[in-house]
Design a protein around this ligand. Structure first.
Ligand code: ATP
Ligand code: MG
Length: 466
């Protein structure tokens, strides 16, 4: 079953691991993603080994290693973000909840260990003995690497019943590697897609994020739909399929969303997710047909859905805020006659820290609509955004402060002081030249009188943010 494979070059540090085990009479193999990626000549981070040595014996061989999980994996740090992970042979059996084997059983042989792995391309082992590299490949993973296919090890339905996350892993691997999913494996996903509901939100999010960050994210999302997984993960996005737009749009909402994702210049999965769902409010806000079709307020409705998705996938508070803002404010205009004040309001809404991401989303949105990546208006808009950010911007930049307001008007501390500063700020925003102490002090009594006079009129409530 073994054969020479000269193109695989192993670093000295890795050869040393093989030798250290073999000196003590243990079996040792490189397995999983490392072997797959070596054969594909792709970069990877973790070197996964499997052995017949128990964890205690492994630790003895590598005093600098640590071991703290129920799978018996011993980790040896190699470099930043790079580990050697050694796990004793395992076999898995008795799944009852579609995600965890009820009991992990140690295996006696490499063959047992390989047959519990998910896909043939992940079930190849590599040996190194007497300066020779050998490959053990009982499920013909190398053939599938050649054919660029993701195929389940043995019966796909059984494998997905054991662990439903494998369905999502299939699509993730497919979008990272640019491989297709083998026919029977894909049919088994379609048939069992509903089992994905058994999987924890965090594990789903990790895979979804890997799909988004991958080389072929749009193909991945398309496979999520055709495999029916999307129906259980993000039905709100599935609803965009076939939703026509008004005449000047060449694509329906689904096609546009995928094309935008495919063109997103940001590598950040969150920005890519925002790009994918920026129009997710359209299916519910669509009114009228043909050229008359409108989607009023779709960005407001979309932002609400974004918040729901943040909860569903347990995003951090920071990421939910970013997602909400990117979706809520994606519908901005780059019209050249806008005032500086309008531009500042836009920056305040989006948040300075998200501005670059918002512009990248717009670039993707444009390409995804069949337009050029930019226009003279868009370029001018970017230039003006940079310029207005150099001018006074927050209340703190005003040339007078709250103490001076209280002193000059002889009023006590309270909300009124803030309101007065806010009013001054708006004035300076309109005209930055007005940010001078003397001018602002002169304005104080006028603004004070105006505010007291209008104190009885009520304001509309503000839209809630997450
Ligand atoms: P990457 O590290 O790029 O995410 P990988 O293939 O190395 O890809 P890991 O999650 O690191 O994926 O898993 C290492 C190996 O363990 C896989 O190649 C596969 O052989 C096996 N494996 C991982 N998850 C599962 C699973 N849910 N079911 C069966 N085997 C699995
Ligand atoms: Mg790995």
């Amino acid at each position: 079953m073994t054969k020479n494979l000269s193109p695989v070059a192993l670093p000295p540090r890795i050869k040393k691991v093989f030798q250290t085990f073999q000196k003590e009479g243990w079996q040792i193999y490189l397995v999983g993603g490392a072997v797959r990626d070596l054969l594909l000549q792709r970069p990877f981070h973790d070197w996964d080994f499997t052995t017949n040595a128990p964890p205690k014996a492994i630790q003895k061989l590598f005093p600098q290693s640590f071991y703290h999980n129920k799978f018996g994996t011993v980790t040896i740090p190699l470099a930043k973000n790079q580990n050697i992970e050694i796990t004793p042979f395992r076999q898995e059996a008795d799944y009852h909840d579609y995600r965890h084997p009820s009991k992990i059983r140690w295996g006696k042989t490499l063959e047992e260990d390989l047959q519990r792995r998910d896909f043939t391309i992940n079930a190849i082992a590599l040996s190194y003995q007497k300066r020779r590299v050998g490959i053990i490949d009982p499920y013909e993973g190398q053939e599938d690497i050649k054919k660029q296919l993701i195929r389940a090890v043995k019966n796909p339905e059984e494998r997905f019943h054991e662990d439903a996350l494998r369905m999502l892993r299939a699509i993730r691997l497919s979008s990272q590697l640019g491989f297709l999913i083998e026919k029977n494996t894909f049919a088994a996903i379609q048939k069992n897609a509903g089992l994905i509901k058994k999987i924890s939100a965090e594990r789903i999010r990790d895979e979804l994020w890997k799909i988004l960050a991958s080389r072929y994210p749009a193909e991945g999302i398309n496979f999520l739909r055709t495999s029916h997984l999307l129906h259980y993960l993000i039905p709100e996005l599935e609803a965009a399929y076939g939703v026509a737009q008004a005449k000047h749009h060449i694509y329906d909402v689904w096609t546009h969303s995928l094309k935008a994702l495919a063109s997103c210049p940001s590598p950040d999965p969150l920005v890519r997710f925002a790009t994918l769902i920026h129009d997710i409010g359209k299916p519910v806000t669509a009114r009228g047909e043909g050229a008359e079709r409108t989607f009023y307020n779709h960005e407001v409705v979309g932002a609400k859905i974004a918040r729901r998705l943040s909860q569903r996938f347990r995003l951090s508070k920071k990421d939910s805020q970013r997602l909400w803002r990117l979706v809520r404010w994606h519908q901005f205009t780059v019209e050249e006659h806008q005032t500086d004040k309008a531009l500042r309001r836009f920056i305040r809404h989006v948040g300075k820290e998200n501005l670059q991401d918002m512009l990248l989303l717009r670039t993707a949105d444009r390409i995804g609509s069949g337009s050029r990546p930019t226009s003279w208006r868009f370029e001018l808009f970017k230039k003006r955004l940079a310029e207005v950010q150099k001018q006074p911007f927050t209340i703190k930049d005003l040339k007078i402060n709250g103490h001076e307001v209280m002193e000059k008007l002889k009023i006590p501390p309270g909300p009124l002081v803030g309101k007065i500063l806010q009013a001054l700020f708006h004035e300076v925003e309109e005209n930055p030249k007005h940010n001078q102490r003397r001018y602002l002090l002169k304005q104080l009594p006028i603004i004070y009188r105006q505010l007291v006079a209008s104190a009885t009129s009520s304001k509309p409530p503000k839209e809630a943010q997450p």
